[in-house]
Every structure is written in C-alpha cells, then in structure tokens.
Design a protein around this ligand. Structure first.
Ligand SMILES: [Zn+2]
Length: 467
C-alpha cells in the first residue's frame, strides 16, 4: 500500500516541469503520474501541493559543520535541522581542522573517518556523508586514500593553501590515486606563494584590518592555482572538482580545461552569486570580518560571469561552503585589532542555499527552474556518488521539497536555525519559501515547522565517481 501521495504540485526535474502527483512507498518514490487519485484513496496520508513546486531535496556537497562537543552538544544536530529548514535533504561535511576533529584525525584519514562517524552517529535530522580533508600534516597522506573510497568516502579535499596544504607533488599523486580507484579529488585552488607574499607585505605595512584579507587574494591568485590543478587533472586523466570558484578569471580556466576534455566539474557558492567586495568597505571591522572567507568576495563583473557560467554549463553545481562561525566568538577578535590573517575563515549558509538560488536565480530569470534543480540536486548527487539522491525518479529515495514560489519575505538572522549568529544576507528580500521537506518519505519539515527526529538521518556510503 502507498504510504503517501503528494497531489497537484508542479513536479520539477532536469528535463522539465509538469503538473503531477507523486506516490511514496517504503521511503522510495513509487509513481509520478498526472492523476494518482486511485492510490491516494488507499494511502495513509495525502498532501495537497496545489500551487506549489515539488522539487528533489537539495544535496549540499560542501559544508564544514562541526561535530558535537561537551560544551556544544547540539551543534551538529542543529545545523542538520537548519539545512532541512532550507530544503536540503543530504549534506556532505569536511573534517578539516576546526570542525572538532582530533590531532590523530589529521595524521590519518582512516582514523579521521572512524572518529567522525562515531561523533555524528545518531545525530543528524537528514541524510549526510563525509568528504575527508587530506592534510599535509598526515603521516602519509596518500596510502589510505583507496581504503577511504571503499569505506564510502568517494571524495576528499586537498588544499593548495593554509598550513595543512598538500605540496604540489602530493596533490598530483592524490589526484591520480583517487582517479585510479573510483574517487575524486576536490581542490581548494589558491596559490600559496603569491598569497603568502601578499599577506607578508600587507602586515609589514601595518595593514591588518579584515578588508586586507580580500586585497591580498586577488583573482589571479585563484586563477593561477586553478590552472595548475587542472593541468594536473589533465595529465593524470582523473576526475577533479574545483570547490568554491569565485572569479571570472578562474572560470575561464575551467572553461578552457573542459574544452580540451579535462574531467573537471566546478562549483560556486551563493555568497559569490549574491554579494560583492563592497562588503569589505564596512568601517566596522567585526562586520567586515563576517565576510572573511576564502576566496574572498569579488566584483560585480565576477558575479555576473558566475551566473553566466551556471547558465552555460561551465559551472556544474552550487554548494554552500557553510562554516558556522559566530560574530561573538570566531569573528570577535577583529574588534580588538586581531590581524586579518588570524581571523577564522568562513561564513554560514547551510540554511539559505535553495532560497537564494531560487530568488536571485530563477525569480530573476538568470537560470531556469530546471537548471536550478540540476545545479542544486541532480548534478551534485551524480557527481558525488549519492546514487539514490538528487532526482524525482521512480525507485529513488523520496527526498523532496514542497516549495511555495508565491511568498515574499526578508531574510533575518533571527529567523534562521543554524549554529551561527549571523547571516551574510541580512535584510535581503527573498521570493519563495520551503513549506515541507521529506527525507526517505518521512516528514522533517511540515508547514515550515520542524517535525523530524534526531538521528533519523543516515550516513550515506557513496558509490564510485565515474565521470
Ligand atoms: Zn570549504
């Protein structure tokens, strides 16, 4: 017997949008038909979705949620709830330094995986997975990679900057090992030589304010590193994913690489699509520090180029790079003159992905509804080995969002549920809102209220990456 039928909504897939009913049984999509009044008559529950969009649940492949700690036992759970409020039904986290992982986890990928799984077991409201951070401080960063792929962690990230970066030679080898074994390396592309030199010069001149975080990371610092990473991908013939691409210059490198057959996908983030470097003009150093992210916010021309890249397929997906930093904690040092290179990098976004891309993208005619579903759901699921996620298709997990496109509201930090205490988008007016969210057929959000259960979310062991 059918458990649930969603009636009268506009079902959106990559191929198109149509009025249809959706039947769910045993947590799986059982049927999508113009009229399922027959099964609805015998179903446990019928949900009216007339006037609504029925979307696949969003798959956010880039977050830095923090695992529970003694002092903050709810911080992982609470961010998973926040994600659900925003229409996200699966997310991938990194276990990089600062997310609650131990020094032992930084030295061994398998230790990191074991620790992270036990720290998050039974804690999430929605489905989730892990991408490991490959640290240059590891005893041997590469030997354990094949075992992590077999343990369901098909993707891991290497950094070209920060003290835990991988040296170029190891980056190259990591790409090859991942590609050979059915995994995919994610790369944070910024050039350490250019960046370290610019930071040293700024500090020498006494330019310590948060806004110098941005001026020391011009877009060519990102572009030259992107070009090098993509040359490595070309030489190893490995799938590679460029994380948080922020500039037109780096976008051009991806476009060129794709044209010659490099197996690259690239993501950008809502902050690069909505905000610009004007945010660094704020004279209040703490407010300015709220936008200390890497890469930094760019120009209006960069922002427009990224929207064009989403529309023309140069960019493959949007993910949040969520970091639940707080104004009164991680960012607070800016008030007492802490120099920009010491301020925690990152900004929150786990709850606002769908809202921003719908409102700024679809409602403003920059991308189609179908393209939004591709960018937020279908491509992230396919590329990252989440085989049962990311599309409204018979036999896949019934992860879906009932979205009301007619509402209007103003985004306020006080209305969000994440573990940060601010939003970079304070006061932005938004079109559309999430009404209901289901994960494997179970209600997590109903009428914009949380009705889920802690621990209902499952760790997803991912398939190999094939593209
Ligand atoms: Zn990140």
């Amino acid at each position: 017997m059918t458990d649930l039928v969603i009636r009268g909504g506009t079902v959106v897939t990559v191929e198109g949008a149509r009025l249809a009913d959706v039947a769910i049984r045993g947590g799986v999509i059982e049927a999508i038909e113009p009229d399922l009044s027959g099964p609805a008559a015998g179903a446990d529950r019928v949900v009216d979705a007339s006037g609504m969009l029925v979307l696949p649940g969003v798959v956010d492949v880039h977050t830095h949620t923090r695992v529970a700690s003694g002092a903050l036992p709810d911080r992982f759970f609470q961010d998973s709830v926040a994600a659900a409020f925003g229409g996200t039904t699966s997310f991938l986290s990194f276990n990089n330094p600062g997310t609650g992982s131990s020094p032992a986890a930084e030295r061994s990928l398998l230790t990191g995986l074991r620790e992270w799984r036990s720290a998050t077991e039974g804690d999430s409201a929605i489905d989730y997975g892990l991408s490991l951070a490959i640290s240059g401080h590891a005893d041997d960063p590469l030997t354990e990679l094949p075992a992590t792929i077999e343990a369901g962690v098909a993707t891991s990230k290497a950094f070209m900057v920060f003290d835990f970066r991988l040296a170029d030679r190891d980056l190259f080898k990591a790409m090859r090992v991942m590609g050979d074994r059915g995994g995919m390396l994610q790369v944070h592309c910024e050039d350490p030589v250019l960046l370290d030199a610019a930071v040293a010069t700024a500090l020498q001149r006494g330019n310590v304010l948060p806004r110098y975080h941005a001026s020391t990371r011009p877009s060519y610092v990102e572009a030259v590193a992107t070009a090098r990473a993509l040359a490595f991908a070309r030489a190893t013939d490995s799938p590679v994913h460029v994380v948080h691409l922020s500039s037109a210059a780096a976008l051009d490198e991806v476009r060129r690489a794709k044209a010659v057959g490099v197996r690259v996908t690239a993501e950008t983030c809502p902050h690069y699509l909505v905000l610009t470097e004007e945010a660094y003009d704020d004279p209040d150093p703490v407010r300015c520090a709220c936008f200390v992210i890497s890469p930094p916010l760019r120009t209006e021309a960069d922002r427009d180029a990224l929207w064009a890249g989403l529309a023309d397929g140069t960019l493959d997906l949007v993910a949040t790079d969520h970091v639940p930093d707080r104004v009164d904690t991680e960012k607070a040092g800016a008030a007492t003159g802490l120099s920009f290179d010491q301020i925690s990098n990152g900004a929150p976004g786990i709850e606002t992905l769908l809202a921003l891309i719908y409102s700024e993208g679809v409602a403003r005619d920059r991308i189609s509804l179908e393209r939004m579903v591709d960018l937020l759901c279908t491509t992230p699921a396919r590329r990252f080995g989440l085989a049962r996620k990311g599309a409204l298709e018979i036999g896949l997990d019934a992860d879906l969002v009932i979205f009301d496109p007619r509402t209007h509201r103003r985004l306020r930090a006080g209305d969000l549920h994440h573990t940060s205490d601010y939003t970079p988008y304070e006061g932005l007016s938004l079109a559309g809102s999430v009404r209901d969210v289901l994960v494997r057929g179970r209600a997590v959000i109903t009428d914009s209220q949380y009705v889920g259960r802690r621990g209902a979310g499952k760790f997803v062991e991912r398939e190999h990456v094939t593209g």
